[in-house]
Design a protein around this ligand. Sequence first.
Ligand code: SF4
Ligand code: SF4
Length: 464
Amino acid sequence: MPDDNQGSPELELIDIYERPDKIYTRSFTGYFRNLRMLGGGFLFLLFFGTAWVNLGGQQAVLFDLPARKFHIFGATFWPQDFILLSWLLIIAAFALFAITVFAGRVWCGYTCPQSVFTWVFMWAEKVTEGDRNKRMKGDKGSISVDLFMRKLAKHGIWTAVSLATAITFVGYFTPIRELVPDIFSWDIGSWSLFWIGFFALATYGNAGFLREMVCLHMCPYARFQSVMFDNNTLVVAYDHNRGESRGPRKKSVDPKEKGLGDCIDCSVCVQVCPTGIDIRNGLQYSCITCAACIDACDTIMDKMGYEKGLIRYTTENELNGTKTHLVRPRMVGYAAALVIMFGMFFYSLETRSSFELDILRDRNQLYRTNANGDIENVYTLKLVNKDETPHQMTVQVSGIEGLKANSAMTFTVGSGEVASHIVRLALPAGADTKGNKEIEFTISAEDESLPETTTSSRFITPIK
Ligand code: SF4
Ligand code: SF4
């Protein structure tokens, strides 16, 4: 095939199907690595610890799907409370947008589970196989017994972390204090076993092998986050004006005399990057804002006796010599919307009823005439007790004078129970009501521990 670009030295042909080289990340210490470890450690503790916390004899967080009940820190949520979950998801998405406008992909670098688990797996790689150069050398040469044992140890740690993650995750859906003994006594249900295997494989594959591929090609957030950036968004960037022209030099040499900038072209910032990019080429969507390159470059700057911050958190405006506005109308708008949404969420949570009443009219028969000649309507009352204690409930009906109940109007509804009760209401034959009229059912707890709930329905009589 003829090369149309012959004679155009600036154009570089890129094979988009070319298999990318394996990334061997160099480990580095520094302020931002400590921050990442703190964030990751906190999230790990939250994820692995919460599953084991009990509140009032109940697992603190348990999504009990067979019983259709979600226990979250002492509160029980039902499918009827789905609106609250929707609010929570909308708030989380909105908070993520707000953070992205403020500080770019900072979520990706510090708190995204994909990144946190990848950092842990990379740590396992380092303690077993050694740092970057040793790993590269090991992978190039033939495998020795020592290297085989080291790789075995690495996969052992990866497997242990993956299994612990999967068991904990499944433990949020099956009580973990029953699940773990069941695993050890090999008395585990087939579905639990399937999901443990699935999530263990997903963790092992994503954090062990796919790594940056997930961030670059699979994560939807990576696709749309760039449209939220503006010139005031904090990003990790290389100070081109200060760094160029780049080039190696001895510490004793004055760069200005040689016409050099502060970048010594050591490529350490590229070696530490988990997505394998060179931040000196400008802002790229592959950058997850982990700041590993900042730590690396700051160390080099220290060694050279230069000022830190050649690579730093900054904004496009600052790099272009313009004033940065961190507080701007867009940010204020996001903050205001978040405050309103949080307010509405907590209001809905606070005013959430512990008891629900649904009324279904008998659809087969609009009305019937009983043995006494009274006009009778039949209703099915669906009562949902979301409370942690059983309640004796009484139903009262109003709306039509002379309406009486021909069935029991007091029932006990157990904790977490969804109960159905048939109620027959009758109106004496001579009563002055024709057609259909609205009536109200009011349900209240005998111990007055719940607020009254009122629901309306209709009472139908013959049209004469
Ligand atoms: S680490 Fe700093 S000095 Fe070294 S190549 Fe990167 S930007 Fe230049
Ligand atoms: S360029 Fe720097 S901040 Fe961006 S992903 Fe690479 S190391 Fe992290």
